[in-house]
Write a protein that binds this ligand. Sequence first.
Ligand SMILES: *Cc1c(COP(=O)(O)O)cnc(C)c1O
Length: 427
Amino acid sequence: MTNLKILYEQMGISEKVLKLSEEIEESLKDRFAAIDKVTEYNQMKVLGAMQRNKLSEAHFAGTTGYGYNDIGRETLEKVYADIFHTQAALVRPQITCGTHALYLALSSILRPGDELISPVGKPYDTMEEIIGIRKSTGSLAEFDVSYKQVELLEDGSFDYDGIKQAISDKTKMMTIQRSKGYLTRPTFSVKQIGELISFIKGINPEIICMVDNCYGEFVDIIEPSDVGADMVVGSLIKNPGGGLAPIGGYICGTKECVDKAYYRLTAPGLGSEVGATLGVTKDFFQGLFNAPQVVNGALKGAIFAANLYEHLGFECTPNASEPRHDIIQAITFHDPEKIVAFCEGIQYAAPVDSYVTPTPWAMPGYDCDVIMAAGAFISGASIELSADAPMHEPYTVYFQGGLSYDHARFGIMKSLARLEEKGLVSP
Ligand SMILES: *Cc1c(COP(=O)(O)O)cnc(C)c1O
C-alpha cells in the first residue's frame, strides 16, 4: 500500500471510495486545465488592482471609533472598484453577512411607492423576509415597496414577455440572482445576465439593476458589473473573502448607487466617512488576493462531486459536464437519510469541529428545518468546505467550498464514505 492509501484509510476512506475517486479525477484533467486559465486571469486582475492602487503595509493598520480617514479602508474600496470595473465600492466589516448586504443595497435605492421586480423567479430564502414575501418586521413591504416576480420559463430561460409586461411606471429596481441558491434552477452566466440587463434597460434605462453575486465571484473572467449591472452585491465569507475575511460584504456599482448605500449603512450626512476597520483590513486584502485560487479549488471540488455522484446515479445540478457559473453543487437524493449522511460526512472532513454530528434545525431566515455541515475557521463561512440541505422534498443537498481542491475532494470522499458506512450507497 502506498503511504497515501494508508493515510486515507486512517482518515476513514475505504479502498473502494479511493479507487472510484481516483478514476473520476483522472477523467477531469481537461476541465481542470480550463479552470486554471480563468484563475490565472483573475489572479492577475486582482494583483494588478492592488499594484495600481499602491497597496502598502501602512494600509493594514486599523482604525477605531469613528474611523475617519481610514486609508486602508479607502484603498480596499478602490481595489474592489478596480476589480469590478465600477465607479465606486463599499466594502466593510459593518456589513454582517450577504443577506445584510442585499438588504442594504435594496433599501438604499427603494423609496415608498417604488416597485421591485425579480425577473428570475423566487429569490434566495432570506430575501423573502427582506422583501416581505414572508411577513417580517422591517421588510421593504412595511415601507410600502411593492414586489413582483416573473418566473423563469420551463427550460430555465428568462420570460422576456412576462418581464416586459411586469414593468410599470413604479418599477425602480430589479434584483437578479446569479446563483441558484436553494433551488435546482440553473445558475446564470454573466453573459446571460448581461442580455437580461440590456433587455430591461431597453425598456427603461432608469431601472436600477442589482445582481446578487453570491458564490459567483471569480468563476468567470467577467463580473455582472462588466455587463451593465448598476450594483453587484456579495458576501465576504464567500468567494471574495478568500477564506480569510472574518466578516463583511461588498457593494460595487455606480457612484450614485454606492453613495446611497453609504448613507443607508451609516447615516444621512455621514455616508462613507465613518466606519472603523478594527484591524480586519489585512485579512480583507489577503483574502481577496487568495480568492481566485480558493475559487479554483472550490470549483474543481464541485465538478468532482457532480461527476462522482452522477456516476453513482444521483441527479446533479449542474450536471457532470455542464459549464459552471458558481461554486455550488446541488445533489438530489430524494431521501432524508441520505442528505443527513452526506452532511455528516462533510462535517467529519472538516478541520474544525470534525467530531460533532450535525442535525437539522430551524435556522433563522429559513421556512423549514435545515441541516448544515460547517467545520470552518470562520463561523458559517461557506467558502470553506460546507453543505446545507433544507429538509423537504426533493431532499437536495447544496455542497460548496473548500479552501483548497484537496480539501474539497476529501470532503466529497468522506460524504461517500459516510453513505457507504450507513449502507445507503455502495461505491
Ligand atoms: C449566501 C447567499 C445569500 C445570503 O448570504 P448570507 O451571508 O448567508 O446572509 C444570498 N443570496 C445568495 C444567492 C446566496 O448564495
